[in-house]
Design a protein around this ligand. Structure first.
Ligand code: UTP
Length: 424
């Protein structure tokens, strides 16, 4: 069977005859590219997911319990300093690296270009989100007399733009040989009617498949091997859009090492039962994060004897992994969550259609779904005003306006000198 016959057989088997018809309208060169794509895509997986849409996350049969966290405010000073000391030694020994996840589309913010290229006007100057990250790294490098390797996860959609931007800005002064971009994975989009779409490039339309792509993408790009060769033992992973994210924190490191865990995260206290945020918990005995859309209402409102929310530790996308954990997780397959999105496409005559309503299902895996491969993880509950100022929406909650306000409040605060507030 020729490659073309094989591709046609696959498409017909999964009722994607419109793609076969489309193929006939292409030049030989375009057709060859489409055939290669069909042969390399896991169409079966996507169609199976589509056919089982209703059977995605089902909470009813699962046991959801509270997970314990260490509250930064409740640490005794000597314990705090001991943890910090353990972490500092790891950083000073050059065993620490940082990954920024920047492969998202940032649809809610609506900025054209990668989110890291978004600029905010702060009391200490106008800065791009990538620049804020570089400044944190530089501060830590100076303090610990090291140069922390910085990895940036991009996606096919934004990799070139990200690279161009960083080169244009000379990596904001960061040593270029310590910065590495790598592309995450992608998955085909599928229309609400179960059909693959054709994108502007005349191929089947694909999109980045969520930040859970990180584990396999690290391995695929030989980064885990490179880290091992360079004696990196601990890797911090954070989002691109929290302008108060503490990317170098010896305390989190020290706690994780002391608790003998391979993975860790930070949380902040949920503002109230209604806050739209994922919270830490144990599901069937394993550490997990449950999305606000998936947490039953009575559980989201449950309080303990002190009046605190039982499921009140919000995920702020501030994670730490041991290199062994990254290696182990790169061999695991994470579940796909499904989101409805709006996506343009070419119709059967090659006209670009811009739908007004959501028209596709997008498949995404989440970084935190991997936590449940472990029995335990460390969770450090930090102060929201110290470490969490996300930019998600163009306006309202978690917008540039709210984030800038939080950032300015922090840098202008005079009572920074309590021991838990020590800057990195
Ligand atoms: P979000 O869930 O906020 O998604 O990502 P987003 O794409 O940035 O924004 P919306 O939902 O389209 O408005 C949280 C973090 O995970 C990264 C993002 O770049 C952000 O740092 N991410 C998300 C990826 O790296 N890859 C993805 O496929 C999705």
């Amino acid at each position: 069977m020729s490659k073309e016959e094989k591709a046609i057989e696959i498409l017909k088997r999964f009722k994607q005859d419109h793609v076969v018809n489309w193929m006939e309208k292409l030049t030989e060169d375009e057709k060859d590219k489409l055939i290669e794509q069909v042969l390399n895509l896991n169409i079966e997986q996507v169609i199976n997911l589509y056919n089982n849409l209703s059977k995605t996350f089902e909470i009813e049969n699962k046991k959801i319990e509270k997970i314990s966290a260490i509250d930064i405010d409740k640490l005794e000073k000597d314990v705090f300093l001991n943890y910090k000391n353990i972490g500092e030694n790891i950083i000073k020994n050059g065993q620490y690296a940082v990954i920024t996840m920047a492969g998202g589309q940032g649809t809610r913010l609506g900025h054209t270009g990668p989110k890291g290229t978004f600029k905010v006007k702060l009391d200490n100057g106008e800065k791009y989100l990538f620049q804020i990250i570089v400044e944190s790294l530089q501060k830590a490098n100076e303090k610990y007399n090291t140069v922390i390797p910085w990895y940036i996860m991009t996606s096919e959609e934004n990799n070139d733009q990200t690279l161009e931007f960083l080169e244009l800005h000379n990596y904001f002064g960061y040593p270029q040989d310590k910065v590495k971009l790598f592309e995450q994975g992608k998955a085909p989009l599928i229309s609400i009617a179960g059909k693959l779409l054709i994108g502007r490039n005349k191929l089947i339309k694909e999109a980045s498949d969520g930040n859970g792509s990180i584990y396999k993408s690290l391995a695929k790009n030989d980064i885990i091997e490179e880290m091992k060769k360079n004696n990196i033992k601990w890797i911090f992973v954070g989002g691109v859009d929290n302008i108060l994210l503490k990317i170098v924190d010896p305390l989190l490191l020290g706690i994780t090492v002391s608790e003998g865990n391979k993975i860790a995260s930070k949380s902040v206290i949920k503002r109230n039962a209604k806050e739209r945020a994922g919270v830490f918990c144990k599901i069937d005995g394993k550490p997990s994060i449950i999305e606000y859309t998936e947490l039953p209402e009575e559980m989201s409102e449950e309080v303990d004897s002190n009046g605190n929310l039982v499921f009140g530790d919000v995920n702020i996308l501030s994670h730490l992994f041991n290199i062994e954990a990254l290696q182990e997780l790169s061999t695991k397959t994470l579940p796909y969550h499904i989101a409805e999105k709006k996506s343009d496409y070419l119709d059967e005559n090659g006209n670009l259609i811009n739908p007004k309503e959501k028209n596709v299902y997008k498949y995404e895996s989440f970084i935190f779904d991997a936590f449940s491969y472990y029995n335990e993880m460390s969770i450090l509950r930090v102060k929201r005003e110290e470490e969490f100022a996300p930019i998600k929406n163009a306006e309202g909650n978690d917008s540039p306006e709210t984030a800038i306000k939080l950032y300015n409040e922090k840098i202008n605060k005079t009572d920074m000198k309590t021991f838990t507030n020590l800057p990195v």
